[in-house]
Design a protein around this ligand. Sequence first.
Ligand code: FMN
Length: 224
Amino acid sequence: MDQQRTVTFDPAEHPPMERQFMLSQLVVPRPIAMVSTRSPTGVANIAPMSYYLPITGDPMLLGITMGLRETGELKDTYNNAMASGDFVVNVTTEVFRDRIETVAMEAPSDVDEYELAGWTPVPATKVTSPAIGEALARLECEVRKVVDLGTPGRIFSEVHLVIAEVVWVAYDAAISDPDGRIDPLRLGPIGRLGLRTYLRTVDDGAYFLARTPWSEFIDNPKEP
Ligand SMILES: Cc1cc2nc3c(=O)[nH]c(=O)nc-3n(C[C@H](O)[C@H](O)[C@H](O)COP(=O)(O)O)c2cc1C
C-alpha cells in the first residue's frame, strides 16, 4: 500500500453504521444465504443474508448473523426461526439473480415474499420451514445455539448469531460433474460485494488453482 495514499479508519472514531459498512465493503465477496422460514401464523418469508459462514462438519454447522430492521425491530427471519426452531438456506445462484433486492425489502410481516419474487414454496424434507422450489441446492437447518451480541435495541449493533445444524441437503443433479461432485461452475453462485454490487461466477472470473501437498512440494520445489 502506498504510504501517501493510505486512508486509515479507527473504529473508535466512527458510529456503528460506518463500522458495519466498512466490514461489508472489505469482507468480500460473501456468499448469500437465501433464508426461507414460516411464521407461527403460516406466512412464508424469504430474506437474503450474507453475514453467513460455514463452521464445521461434525456436527455440520453454519452460522448467520441476524440484525435489526431499519425500524429497530427484530427481523421476521429471526423471529420465525426462533419460533419454529428451523430455517432453510437456499443457495443463491443465477436463478435468484434479479430478485435478491426484492426479497430484501423490509416488507410488513404479513407479506408473502414468494409472491413478491415470483418463486414457489415447496415443503422441505426434515424441517418445518418451506424451501424455495427454484433453488438448485438447499441446506435444511435446525437452530442449535444463538449468541446475542452488540447493544440491545441499537441498529448496526444488536445482532444474533444463529448457529444451526444442517440436517438435510438436497440439490439438482444438474450441478454435479460426471464424477458426482458438485461443480462450482454448474452451481453458479452469486456473491455479495460492497454497496449494491453483486458478483456472478459464470463468466471469466472463476479460475482454478491446483493444490500441492507439502510432502510433494518439499521433494520437488518448483513454481506452480
Ligand atoms: C445481499 C443481502 C445480504 C444481507 N445480509 C443480511 C444478513 O446477513 N443479516 C441481516 O440481518 N440482514 C441482511 N440483509 C438484510 C435483510 O435481507 C433484510 O433486512 C430483510 O428484509 C429482512 O427481512 P425479514 O424481516 O423478512 O427477515 C441482507 C440484504 C441483502 C440484500
